[in-house]
Write a protein that binds this ligand. Sequence first.
Ligand code: A3P
Length: 325
Amino acid sequence: LKDETEHLSEEIKSLISSLPSDIDCSGVKLFKYQGCWYDKDILQAILNFNKNFQPQETDIIVASFPKSGTTWLKALTFALAQRSKHTSDNHPLLTHNPHELVPYLELDLYLKSSKPDLTKLPSSSPRLFSTHMSFDALKVPLKESPCKIVYVCRNVKDVLVSLWCFENSNSIIGLDGSGESNVSLEALFESFCSGVSLCGPLWENVLSYWRGSLEDPKQVLFLRYEELKTEPREQIKKLAQFLDCPFTKEEEDNGGVDKILELCSLRNLSSLEINKTGKLSEGVSFKSFFRKGEVGDWKSYMTPEMENKIDMIVEEKLQVPFLEL
Ligand code: A3P
């Protein structure tokens, strides 16, 4: 039998032996660390990041629970923060998927190496990173840094349905290829409700950033997918302001806001050749990150019983009147 922990450091082996563990609906073993569930390789990456990451003052981190609008927020943040460097006919977003331009700390950079070379990133001053880890797992190395974190949250039922569609359109579930594909919606739903899902429970992930945004609104901006959909102009102006790169009057008058929204729209990104045919190195197709992008699509999939159950759980867990999910 192959020892699946062979490649892990002694530190992580000792840590995981002390953590609560459970199996998610795809058969992947997860460990609960600082309130959220991760697999062993991601935990190792989180420890690598915590130990070795040296923040720069201008760093920007795009954070989210999976399927909350990460791809969109990555595209918007890249387009905004790097807009002085690229022209619209030669823009990196036309030839790269947003996930290539804004790599994950724990799923790309620190997963592959304990000290990744951060001099060769697709973005510089500011450097752009992303994460699905909770704010509690992320914040230690950022403590003294004025770097910025933008978080996007989304209605829990839309996240769940989006995740189910995504997992069924890609056969890889565990990062190491473990686990089963084609999980039923019911099984994913139960896993989700129990909180045992990668980077979940969703409400802990959301709450950690919500608290972070209340503690330091200059460091954490809390956005909602639904508001990005209903008032995109206001929301990206708020994002630009937060990132210290507000639109000038001239940019606004020249349609600069709409150009970025158009470049990053689901319609535009999903029609690009790179996003129709490209794949991540783990085999996940770029296509699968773009589906309908609708608010309330869960209604076509979930039964009234499922709706009631998850609404009750979320209401009980959040206990914050503002935070309707
Ligand atoms: P649906 O599955 O509901 O369509 P993530 O990027 O966090 O993986 O989330 C994926 C969800 O965001 C999918 O939702 C996808 O369609 C939607 N999405 C991706 N790109 C988008 C964009 N540019 N604008 C709006 N929604 C987008």
